[in-house]
Design a protein around this ligand. Structure first.
Ligand code: SF4
Length: 248
């Protein structure tokens, strides 16, 4: 006698799924570990509120045990890049002349302070079908539904000040200050799109540039800049991958 057919059979946890995912995660973390760590302060990071954290990044201080990038985090980064490529394609199909690479096929970017501060932009819109003032810096981020809705509700400057600082700094260093930047945010859960015009904020760009100088000077002098908080339980420290090192 045969029993009823089980069309809903599922592997028990800890078998096939875990084996395959462990292989993928191992491959991703290994490849990430073999990448040359960047030797400069990234312009996209200068809006970060904790200067000491930026020192750890610049000095390539090892993250705390267990705080290394996981396979899942690396997959999230990779998916973000794919979303960005899709947004480029969609905008070009919609008639925007969006340039993302120079003649050599490299991303547009800047390098200052003897190459110790650098950034790479997502693109520049040089012509538009709708009267958009050009050239305009274009920056794109993907976000989960909760974060995306917050960007839509409050605007990028309030919702994601690190992105706003990046935009201001890139506008300044790329000479794209005359017209507002275009910030595109993609909802990773629903594929809804948000586009926002971001006028140049010179004071913010200057503050980020000054911060970069302070960080480089402090690193050269082997000094630590003040922590962002006076308490390791502060929310920014709770998520910091250098928390143990910082507060030890
Ligand atoms: S633990 Fe807190 S103070 Fe220390 S580097 Fe991280 S965010 Fe800054």
């Amino acid at each position: 006698m045969h029993g009823p057919l089980d069309f809903n059979h599922r592997e028990k946890p800890g078998t096939f799924v875990d084996l395959v995912n462990a292989r993928i995660d191992d491959a991703l973390t290994k490849a990430n570990g073999e990448r040359e760590p960047r030797s400069y302060l990234g312009g996209s990071r200068l809006g970060e509120s904790c200067s000491r954290k930026l020192q750890y990044e610049f000095l390539k201080a090892p993250r705390d045990p267990g705080e290394e990038f996981s396979g899942k985090t690396l997959r999230i980064f990779a998916v973000g890049h794919i979303f960005e490529d899709l947004a480029v394609d969609w905008l070009i199909k919609a008639g925007y002349d969006l340039r993302t690479r120079n003649r050599d096929g490299d991303q547009f970017g800047f390098s200052v302070a003897n190459g110790r501060v650098r950034g790479h932009i997502d693109g520049v819109i040089v012509a538009a079908p709708d009267g958009l003032a050009v050239p305009a810096l274009w920056e794109c981020k993907s976000a989960n539904a909760k974060n995306w809705r917050d960007i839509v509700k409050r605007g990028v400057a309030v919702s994601k000040p690190v992105y706003a600082a990046q935009i201001a700094l890139y506008q300044a260093y790329l000479g794209l200050t005359e017209h507002p930047a275009v910030f595109t945010a993609i909802n990773k859960d629903t594929c809804e799109l948000w586009h926002e015009l971001v006028p140049f904020n010179g004071a913010l760009a200057q503050a980020c540039s000054d911060k970069a100088v302070r960080i480089l000077q402090a690193c050269d002098a082997e000094e630590w800049l003040p922590r962002v908080a006076g308490d390791p339980d502060h929310f920014e420290c709770a998520w910091c991958p250098w928390k143990q090192r910082c507060w030890a």
